[in-house]
Design a binder for this molecule. Structure first.
Ligand code: ATR
Length: 275
């Protein structure tokens, strides 16, 4: 049997863990999947994607900096992709339409709820950042009915724009925007979705946002404790998680969309952690 072809497209792409994750999923599930990495030129993502599908490729994952372009080029978008304004998954639907999906938010929620036992319903959540990464996770977080969701950002206007965008999805949740200096009470869950740690920077938050039971989640991950999680540990945080689980869960969600089979993520997360 010949394998069905999938790939992740980005620029740069050599450090992507997606080929390893999907190969482990394929081995575990017995699905005939071959998954590679493609570096697209910065000025020709759409051409690269079209060429891949024209050669018979079945599905693409899309990463930095092409997620918005993937969203743009699609013939149709799933509801969660529509709201996220970006796509990390492309495939052709049963009618042959190029479909854009976004599994990032579902991946984050699944890592929090299923892997770490975090309760989102009724929780007071603080999200740091208001860029593309955060936009992709707000809808899935709101779907769990937190008591409040506060979006804090360096540029407050961007946080306010997200609040406006998601106001209609908030239901009973108190959805609000602010700067980093404003929150001073403990939250149940703090999610860092800024790219500050890429520069070794920290959002200037009051340590009083961390209480005895606060869960801290950095959407970034690295071999060492991330800058943000180290800050949380230094200020009394005890339950801190990085984004490796989210990375594997968003991949599992894409695998489910493509193949109709949900892989078991726990052994894959364990294997990547020890790589
Ligand atoms: P991504 O797709 O990773 O979300 P982005 O859209 O460029 O990338 O957004 C980056 C986010 O990290 C933004 O919220 C940004 O804040 P601004 O909206 O004020 O630019 C935030 N960010 C980046 N560097 C930061 C830093 N050094 N300190 C605090 N926030 C930072």
């Amino acid at each position: 049997m010949t394998n069905d072809l999938y790939a992740v497209v980005g620029n740069p792409i050599s450090h992507s863990k997606s080929p390893r994750i999907h190969s482990l999923f394929a081995r575990q599930t017995g699905e005939p999947v071959e998954y590679t990495a493609i570096q697209a030129p910065l000025d020709d993502f759409a051409g690269t994607a079209r060429h891949f599908f024209a050669r018979g490729g079945k599905g693409l994952n899309v990463t930095v900096p092409f997620k918005e372009q993937a969203w743009q080029m699609a013939d149709r978008r799933t509801e969660r992709a529509e709201k996220a304004g970006a796509a990390n998954t492309l495939y052709h639907d049963s009618e042959g339409l190029l479909t854009a999906d976004n599994t990032d938010g579902a991946g984050l929620v699944r890592d929090l709820v299923s892997n770490h036992g975090v309760t989102l319903t009724g929780a007071r959540i603080l999200v740091l950042g208001a860029g593309g990464a955060v936009r992709g996770v707000i809808g899935p977080l709101l779907a769990h009915g937190p008591a409040s969701l506060t979006i804090a950002n360096r540029t407050v206007a961007r946080a306010e724009a997200l609040v406006t965008l998601f106001r209609g999805d908030a239901g009973e949740t108190r959805l609000q925007a602010c700067g980093f200096g404003q929150p001073d009470q403990p939250f149940d869950l703090i999610i860092n979705g800024t790219s500050a740690s890429l520069q070794g920077d920290l959002p200037p938050l009051s340590p009083t946002v961390i209480g005895a039971g606060t869960v801290v989640y950095d959407m970034m991950y690295s071999l060492q404790t991330t800058t943000f999680n180290q800050w949380a540990l230094d200020h009394g945080g005890t339950r801190v998680f990085d984004g490796l689980g989210m990375l594997v869960e968003q991949a599992a969600e894409a695998f489910l969309v493509w193949r109709g089979v949900r892989p078991d993520t726990a052994p894959v997360i364990d294997e990547l952690r020890t790589d």
